[in-house]
Design a protein around this ligand. Structure first.
Ligand SMILES: [Zn+2]
Length: 139
């Protein structure tokens, strides 16, 4: 687990990336391929929408550092947002993490009571990461 100071220095480094529109489209294609694979193997109870944005810049406490990703449920759709300034491998890692939220998402009332990263979340994230390594890294 990274400390907040480590997260900030890591994030500030990534914050300097300014991808071109073409590069962002290449990233988008890769992320969509992986999310299609994820939705087949680890279905979410809700349809999903994936977007890259540079607006994920502050924590809820107002500390300035880019949030790598966010998963929320809006109007019956899972919205997965990935920080657009990250290098591609960090975007992919973030997508796997956010997908574990989407896969374990239940009713909002339950989510409000639930710890954000509980045992079930990490169990699913571990399964997703292992399956992803087998499916994409090893061939
Ligand atoms: Zn999370």
């Amino acid at each position: 687990m990274l400390t907040l100071a480590e997260k900030i220095s890591r994030a500030e480094h990534f914050f300097h990336y300014k991808w071109t529109r073409e590069e962002l489209l290449v990233h988008r294609g890769r992320l969509l391929d992986i999310s299609e694979w994820l939705s087949r193997n680890f279905p979410s109870p809700y349809p999903y929408k994936l977007s890259q944005t540079n607006r994920l810049a502050y924590t809820q406490e107002g500390i300035k550092f880019p949030i790598f990703g966010q998963c929320s449920c809006e109007n019956g759709k899972m919205l997965i947002q990935i920080h657009s300034n990250l290098p591609l491998h960090e975007k992919i890692e973030t997508l796997l993490h956010e997908w574990a939220h989407a896969h374990t998402w239940r009713h909002l009332n339950i989510e409000l009571e639930r710890e954000e990263h509980d045992d079930e979340f990490y169990l699913v994230l571990g399964r997703i990461e292992r399956a992803w390594e087998n499916a994409w890294h090893m061939n």
